[in-house]
Each structure stands twice: as structure tokens, then as C-alpha cells.
Design a protein around this ligand. Structure first.
Ligand SMILES: C[S@@+](CC[C@H](N)C(=O)[O-])C[C@H]1O[C@@H](n2cnc3c(N)ncnc32)[C@H](O)[C@@H]1O
Length: 307
């Protein structure tokens, strides 16, 4: 959905948002700026960052998901984990948004306790309300905070789940940092932006390398996991329906109401242009990039001999 949210959510840390900003000029032309620039510089010139993030949250909190994914794919990844659904488990769903994956996990891991972590309390409120409505609230604890400073004890988690969110801290850094939180043999399941071909055309390769240099092929992602002390249990690529039908189309359907709510804010229109750019980009290049879902088990020790 976006990157660089930490500062806006609590002044924790500025990042680099992976967005394009389209700015209408008075003569009717458009300027497209990649948000590769330092967030602070950009927003001080163009849009106050707290405005941008409050608009983003308002646009997305009404969505089932805040990024590409699907319940069927959450279940497929759960199956790859080999976890016995009846076992007592400590689970963290990191960057959970409004809880699309949290609900699937709660429904299927019937003796699990899930800590659902996100930066934005507004998303967690939606998650908490829906957990309450379906009777899972005793097994789901929302936690507002950063994926970069998680409050779990070492080796305290059986399962770490994270759909479409680890890019916020970077795949390599994330899988490395989260490993110590898993008990030996614990499982990590993450979805991550992935090249579907080893030879992406220059135009899209340059865009992604500027926005998120860690984008790589599935083989490269698996090598990172193995190097960080995990054994791969399985992986698959999310189908385009996870992006288009489950994410971009429902977002588009909320846009008219969103623009009406923010009719006095030109930034709302700018944000929508960004959202539409992102959707159009995926539409065009869907055979070249997508999300890979990677499921891996923590090895007893990593390459440095650490547990
Ligand atoms: C693309 S959305 C995915 C949300 C959800 N997992 C889903 O698939 O619908 C990324 C999520 O990560 C959250 N996020 C961004 N930076 C974060 C951080 N540093 N720590 C925790 N959550 C973060 C955002 O608020 C957002 O909910």
C-alpha cells in the first residue's frame, strides 16, 4: 500500500515510500514524480506527510485488505507450513492492516493466540471490531507498533505471518530480525514483491529498482531466507485476482465517497492519482512482477551459529 508510514504514525522513522505522485500543473499538464525522493523533502514541498497518511488510512480502512492477497492464498500458505491447526500456538501477524489474514488464521488455528501488529491504530480498531463480531476477540490481540521494534521475547513465537508488509523494513532485514523471535522449528510466512521473470524490461526494472531495490526473483528471495537461517517449506505466486479483484477494484469502488468526504482537500485527488497509477502499472506489467508467498522453517542455528 505504501512505505514510509512510520514517521506519520508515531514519529518513529522516515522511510522511502514506493509511490508515484502525479501533480497537475496549471497548464493542464501532469508531472509524475517518483516518491523515491526522501520523504521529508518531498512532503515539505508537496504534501504535508500527516495529511497524506491520514488520507491513506481513511481511504484504506474501509477495505477488506490494504494490499494484494486473498483468503485462499492465506490458507495455501498455512497448509505449506505443516502446522497442526489444533496445536496451541503463539502467532504474530505483522503489518496486519484491518486483519484480512488475521481472521483466516484465527478461524483455522483454533487454539492459537494471535498478536496482530500494525502501525495504524485506525486499522487495528477495524480488526478488533470484526474479531469481536465473529467471536475471536479472546484469541486476537491488536498491538499498535513498528515491525522494526517488536516487543516479543526471543524464541517466543511459533508462527510469524506477514502479508504484503515486510517491504516496509526490507525483506532481508525483516527475515533476519524476526528469526530470533521464533522458537526453534517455528515458521515464517511472508508475501513479498517478486520478479516473475529473470529479465524484466528496462522500464519496469528501473522503476522497481528505484522504489524497492530488494525486489528479486523467487530464487533470490529463497536464497535470502536460506542465508538468514531458514529452510524453505514452499512458495507460490499470488494470481492477478489477488491484486485486481481483491485489492485494486475494491479500492476504486471507495474512491467517489472518499473524494466527497475530502472535497476541500486537493491532496485527496493527488492521492487518488497515485493509487490509480499504481493499479495501472500493475495492470500493464502483471506478467513481470507479482507477490511471492514464502513459507520457511527456522533452522536450529543460522550461518553465524546463532539460535
Ligand atoms: C500493503 S499493507 C498490507 C496489510 C495487510 N497485511 C493486508 O494484506 O491486507 C501494509 C501494512 O503494513 C503496515 N505498516 C507499514 N509500515 C509498518 C511498520 N513499520 N510497522 C508495522 N506495520 C507497518 C501498514 O499500516 C499496512 O497496514
Amino acid at each position: 500500500m505504501y512505505k514510509g508510514a512510520e514517521k506519520a504514525a508515531g514519529g518513529l522513522q522516515a522511510g522511502r515510500p514506493r509511490r508515484l505522485l502525479v501533480i497537475p500543473l496549471p497548464d493542464g499538464k501532469m508531472v509524475i514524480i517518483s516518491l523515491y525522493f526522501k520523504w521529508g523533502e518531498l512532503t515539505s514541498k508537496l504534501m504535508d506527510e500527516s495529511t497524506l497518511f491520514s488520507l491513506l488510512v481513511d481511504l484504506h480502512k474501509g477495505g477488506e485488505r490494504q494490499g494484494p492477497g486473498g483468503s485462499e492464498q492465506t490458507l495455501m500458505a498455512l497448509k505449506l507450513s505443516g502446522i497442526n491447526p489444533a496445536s496451541r500456538l503463539a502467532v504474530a501477524d505483522i503489518g496486519c492492516g484491518t486483519g484480512a489474514s488475521t481472521r483466516v488464521l484465527a478461524e483455522n488455528l483454533v487454539n492459537a493466540h494471535i498478536t496482530a501488529v500494525d502501525l495504524f491504530p485506525e486499522f487495528l480498531q477495524v480488526l478488533a471490531d470484526s474479531a469481536c463480531a465473529v467471536g475471536y476477540s479472546d484469541r486476537v490481540s491488536p498491538l499498535a507498533g513498528s515491525m522494526e521494534s517488536l516487543p516479543f521475547d526471543d524464541q517466543s513465537l511459533d508462527l510469524i505471518w506477514s502479508e504484503g508488509a515486510i517491504y516496509n523494513m526490507g525483506f532481508g532485514k525483516g527475515v533476519e530480525a524476526w528469526r530470533r523471535l521464533l522458537r526453534p522449528g517455528g515458521v515464517l510466512a511472508v508475501s513479498e514483491i517478486t520478479w516473475l521473470r529473470p529479465d524484466p524490461p528496462d522500464q519496469i526494472r528501473q522503476y522497481w529498482e528505484a522504489e524497492y531495490a530488494e525486489i528479486g526473483t523467487a530464487a533470490e528471495k529463497i536464497a535470502v531466507l536460506e542465508g538468514a537461517g531458514y529452510d524453505l517449506l514452499g512458495h507460490f505466486i499470488l494470481p492477478p485476482s489477488c491484486w485486481i479483484e481483491n485489492y485494486y477494484q475494491p479500492t476504486e469502488a471507495r474512491i467517489d465517497d472518499f473524494l466527497q468526504r475530502h472535497a476541500d482537500q486537493p491532496q485527496a485527488q493527488q492521492l487518488i492519482e497515485m493509487e490509480r497509477q499504481e493499479a495501472a502499472m500493475y495492470e500493464k506489467w502483471q506478467s513481470v512482477y507479482g507477490y511471492g508467498f514464502y513459507v520457511a522453517r527456522k533452522r536450529q542455528v543460522n550461518l553465524r551459529g546463532e539460535k
